[in-house]
Unconditional design. Sequence first.
Length: 122
Amino acid sequence: MKKKLIRFSMVLATILFVFSSCSLLEDDYDEDLLIGSWSTSSWSYVFNDDYTGSRTQSGRTQTFTWSLDGDELELKFDKYEEGQSQIVTFTVFIIEELNETKMEVYDKEDKSKTIIVFTKKK
């Protein structure tokens, strides 16, 4: 009986460890690293510390609010401009890397997970 109790305790401890470490797999990024101006190959982005921001391409600017939850960066756009070929109300990026000078993300809806590189402007 004592051996069964010890085995059960070990199995239970292992299960608890595995489930508690699952949360360690999710990356948590520092919001402060996002604050500032960033550029991609085609867009310029600004992330403000009040969770607002903007992106600009070819003189057209869209404003958004942003939130960061683990490795998911969500942008909710306020409105779209006339002449846009597609109405985009929100985008969710999955962050692969974020540091003081570079951010690598992919669009959550992109099944190919094509990496978009953001470079922080100085």
